[in-house]
Design a protein around this ligand. Structure first.
Ligand code: KIV
Ligand code: NA
Length: 265
């Protein structure tokens, strides 16, 4: 698959090819992620945590999301860039949702938007889709509703919530979303949802019965280290490697070892 489009992703599901997705929030990291062959780059509102140090995703603004997304878009040659609509930019009414999505498309150059929720945000999603902007849904653990949930534990373990989630997924497909993220729900439920619709289901903490996987880049690289959910596979321990490199630099400076004769003019 050369340049990835929303159409490519639906074809990938039909062909049984799994979709890889990672977050990125800046030019330099996005260049590496795109070059490594990741299909979808998500400019997640997890930037609120990872980039800005907030405890939740709620504080990040639309302007800040656009700043992150614009840097990512400048870096990519192949990946599809999906940008999260931040909390407060789409919940009040469908017109506001469309205005926010238009700002993301015009000002960042992203290729699609993602927003959290099912039937509560149906009219907003329809508005955005009517303007020709592709929408990715997000169900299960939706971090913008953390104050309603009270915890970040697994969602939809009870029948009532599982039923609503299945209905919401069908609805998102019916109105025209090109894909759905399922976050932190039982693997069996996620697989059922993936098998019930023809648009791709990308999981995070949703097992391997889905059509693709997403992780937060800084978590999978091991740059963050105070966060150990079961679903997180760490491919590196960059926290340790970076700490060692940086403390070595400090030692070298103090010892007047750096710069050496070859490192000066
Ligand atoms: O913001 C984010 O990083 C996300 C993913 C975890 C799906 O929404
Ligand atoms: Na998000």
């Amino acid at each position: 698959y050369k340049r990835i489009t929303v159409k490519t992703l639906v074809d990938m599901k039909a062909n049984g090819d799994k979709i890889s997705m990672l977050t990125a929030y800046d030019y330099t990291m996005a260049k590496i992620v795109d070059g490594a062959g990741v299909d979808v780059i998500l400019v997640g509102d997890s930037a609120s945590n990872v980039m800005a140090g907030h405890e939740t995703t709620l504080p990040i603004t639309l302007d800040q999301m656009i700043y992150h997304a614009a840097g990512v878009v400048r870096a990519i040659e192949r990946s599809l860039v999906v940008v999260d609509l931040p909390f407060g930019s789409y919940q009040s009414d469908p017109k506001e949702a469309l205005r926010s999505a238009i700002r993301i498309m015009k000002e960042s150059g992203g290729h699609a938007v993602k927003l959290e929720g099912g039937k509560e945000v149906k009219e907003s999603i329809k508005r955005i889709l009517n303007a020709g902007i592709p929408v990715m849904g997000h169900l299960g653990l939706t971090p913008q509703s953390i104050y309603k949930f009270g915890t970040y534990t697994v969602r939809a373990k009870e029948e009532e919530e599982a039923h609503k989630l299945k209905e919401d997924a069908l609805m998102l497909e019916r109105i025209g979303c090109f894909a759905i993220v399922l976050e932190k729900i039982p693997a069996k439920l996620a697989q059922e949802v993936a098998e019930s619709i023809s648009i791709p289901v990308i999981g995070i903490g949703a097992g391997n019965g889905v059509d693709g996987q997403v992780l937060v880049l800084h978590d999978m690289l091991g740059m963050t280290h105070e966060f150990h959910p079961r679903f997180l596979r760490r491919y590196m321990n960059l926290y340790e490697d970076m700490t060692n490199s940086i403390s070595q630099y400090v030692k070298d400076v103090k010892a007047v070892d750096f710069p050496n004769d070859e490192e000066q003019y």
